[in-house]
Design a protein around this ligand. Structure first.
Ligand SMILES: [Zn+2]
Length: 107
């Protein structure tokens, strides 16, 4: 079994489908920002990685945008490879959208 297959198996075992949102919620460790984190061994070396980067096989020059806004979601259908600029722009748009909805609710 390859390293990727072993990780894919662990990721499937450690995530649960949310029937409402369709998110695959990570039940393992998260980092300080709430993103799914996994520890593993590769050629005898301890390594640590963000699960959404493994799921998306993200190259170094790309970031992973959580389209659903749920940081511990590892559903590939809810993730998208983007540039750093796109990720910042998308984050700002999502913040504006949430604020607009919130203010619409209380007014
Ligand atoms: Zn999601």
């Amino acid at each position: 079994m390859t390293l990727y297959q072993r990780l894919a198996h662990r990721i499937a075992r450690l995530s649960a489908l949310c029937p409402v949102s369709g998110c695959h919620l990570w039940m393992g460790a998260v980092n300080n920002d709430g993103y799914a984190r996994i520890n593993y061994r590769d050629n005898g070396q301890h390594r640590q990685a963000l699960v959404h980067r493994i799921v998306m096989d993200a190259p170094r020059n790309r970031e992973v945008d959580h389209l659903c806004g749920v940081r511990c979601c590892v559903n590939p259908a809810h993730l998208m490879l983007v540039t750093h600029r796109e990720n910042c722009s998308s984050r700002e748009n999502r913040r504006r959208f949430q604020w607009r909805n919130y203010t619409a609710e209380i007014l």
